[in-house]
Write a protein that binds this ligand. Structure first.
Ligand code: UTP
Length: 268
């Protein structure tokens, strides 16, 4: 059987998703919630996941908070909430976004999930469990990484950039995307830009990276708004994005970066 996660040229199209694999899809709030929820993109993502689900692919989905969560975080702080309460407020927003997605996601369990351990039973019943946030101090990516760990699933992060870059591509023209990234290098990239403040914004936070690393979870980071690319990825075809993989596997060197030590100098 083909390697579902091999980020290399394969048949141009038509691969069926591997029904023995499970994907945890973490949909970044920053990708699907702008000034208002991007219902067009949410519907397209839901349609693609439903189609693949009908073909036998198993999914769990986690939805982030996006701009709405950040506005509620700011409001909570202004009104005197501490970080724990502020996170609780943001978690409610992520769950509202998850409930929105459920409306378009055929095959989804109709209620937002709040217990990772229940996800297995929901999947085994033929449904897709959909989560928002769970615990103050976490991010929805952390929830997705823990789900991946529990389910033995790949971690698919859909975000507003097309992979993980050597520096912030929105601020640095020299930023270069990694096609493949080892856990060690991912850790060094992210640890220096991580913050546990409510609403902090990095591609993957350190808790998430630590979980991927400790259980050698295959991570796939790609743009949420390129549906054809996402379908290629989930069908095991070549795709544009970053594959986070085992130390033993070859990690590509981003063109803008010469050595790992250069990471110390990156303005992320
Ligand atoms: P996320 O930061 O995960 O949402 O959650 P997001 O918008 O998808 O993030 P991007 O797209 O990666 O930027 C929003 C906020 O909700 C709280 C945190 O304050 C987080 O910043 N949260 C979320 C928690 O406290 N616990 C959780 O389990 C999830």
């Amino acid at each position: 059987m083909f390697d579902l996660f091999e980020n290399a040229a394969q048949t141009p199209s038509g691969n069926a998703p591997d029904s023995t694999k499970t994907f945890v899809v973490s949909i970044g709030g920053s990708a699907v919630i702008g000034d208002k929820p991007n219902t067009t993109l949410m519907a397209k993502l839901a349609s693609l996941l439903s189609t693949l689900h009908k073909e036998g692919c198993k999914f769990a989905v986690v939805v982030g908070g996006g701009k709405t969560a950040r506005e509620y975080i700011a409001a909570a702080k202004t009104l005197g909430a501490n970080n724990f309460i502020t996170d609780l407020v943001a978690i409610r927003v992520t769950r509202a976004n998850a409930l929105l997605l459920i409306q378009a996601l055929e095959g989804a369990y109709p209620e937002v999930q709040t217990d990772i351990v229940n996800a297995r039973a929901v999947i085994d019943s033929g449904r897709i469990p959909v989560f928002g946030g769970l615990v103050p101090g976490f991010t929805t990516d952390t929830v997705a990484a823990l789900l991946s760990e529990f389910l033995g699933a790949a971690f698919v992060n859909l975000t507003n950039v097309d992979g993980i870059y050597s520096t912030d591509p929105k601020r640095n023209r020299k930023a270069a995307r990694y096609d493949k990234l080892s856990y060690e290098k991912l850790w060094r990239l992210m640890a220096r830009s991580d913050s546990r403040e409510p609403g902090s914004h990095v591609v993957l936070d350190s808790f998430t990276c630590a979980i991927l690393k400790r259980s050698k979870i295959r991570g796939l980071v790609l743009a949420a708004d390129d549906l054809a690319n996402l379908e290629a990825c989930l069908r095991g075809n070549a795709f544009t994005g970053t594959t986070i993989q085992d130390e033993g596997a070859e990690a590509s060197k981003a063109p803008a970066e010469e050595t790992a030590d250069d990471l110390e100098d990156v303005d992320y």
